[in-house]
Design a protein around this ligand. Structure first.
Ligand code: SF4
Ligand code: SF4
Length: 265
């Protein structure tokens, strides 16, 4: 599996995958995707691809774009009808609904930074309502689409070996926070947040460069104690900033005290 494999990007935090056959962590399946296969790139057309905050972080960096420019150019976003949180999808406006990163015979132009669902395919992941707890309950599915010939190949996998091979586990670690949010009892319903809080949540999760400005260039640091080491980390590393954003959401939106507030003198 060394080719720049395109993959059908199906990822759902609930609902849509649940009609598909399920897989256990140790279930075996056979699959191989490679250049030269007759269906090459079929899955990168009209993929209906959800992006997680970590997906956006990796893609905007891979393309050398700010999060603001990436979101404007490559995504559509709206508030999910069923769970009332921001949903970000990749805008696939190339010929035949091609993903903007599909590079024909070369495959995926952002292969090293491809989104979670592209990595996991043909295994689908969906989180059940148990995921608002620390022990997230993820259900795995076989996404066996007619156009995908990879299922006829002989390489044998389990979801665990597949995810290791495709780098899904690191992505899942970053994605867990947003899945927990989707099922959080204080958030996981339409109307749970007012417009201002929804805007802040969207910025903190997806528009990281703007969130960095918010932390470093507004009165944020006059109000909250943040040590110098953490400030250095969030200046330099998007990943550190995403962790910081999760902490801030816990504090300011979920009401879980995660920062010490400075006292006025
Ligand atoms: S990001 Fe890459 S793998 Fe995913 S749909 Fe686009 S071209 Fe295909
Ligand atoms: S085998 Fe499946 S994943 Fe690979 S290119 Fe074909 S449709 Fe896409």
């Amino acid at each position: 599996m060394t080719d720049n494999k395109p993959a059908n990007p199906l990822f759902a935090v609930h609902g849509t995958l649940e009609k598909l056959p399920t897989l256990n962590l140790d279930s075996t399946f056979t699959f191989r995707c490679h250049k030269g296969i007759a269906c090459w790139g079929e899955c990168c057309h009209n993929p209906d691809l959800f992006l997680t905050p970590y997906d956006v972080l990796r893609l905007k960096r891979a393309r050398g774009m700010t999060s603001q420019d990436f979101l404007a150019r490559h995504t559509v976003h709206y508030i999910g009808e069923d769970f009332g949180l921001p949903v970000v999808k990749l805008k696939c406006d190339g010929p035949r609904g091609a993903c903007p990163f599909f590079a024909g015979a070369e495959g995926c132009a952002v292969y090293n930074d491809r989104p979670t669902s592209c990595r996991a395919y043909p295994v689908g992941q969906a989180a059940s309502s148990g995921s608002s707890t620390a022990n997230s309950a993820t259900v795995l599915f076989r996404i066996e689409e007619d156009h995908c010939l990879g299922w006829r190949e002989k390489d044998e996998w389990t979801p665990v070996t597949w995810f290791e091979n495709e780098g899904v586990l690191q992505y899942n670690d970053y994605n867990e926070f947003v899945i927990r949010l989707a099922f959080h009892p204080r958030l996981g319903a339409p109307g749970a947040l007012d417009e201002r809080k929804m805007g802040m949540l969207f910025m903190a999760l997806y528009d990281l460069d703007r969130f960095r400005e918010f932390v470093l260039s507004t009165s944020f640091l006059d109000k909250f104690m943040v040590d110098e080491g953490e400030l250095e980390a969030i200046r330099a590393k998007d990943e550190a900033l995403l962790h910081f954003a999760a902490r801030w959401i816990n504090h300011s939106i979920l009401g879980v005290k995660s920062f010490d507030v400075k006292t006025a003198h």
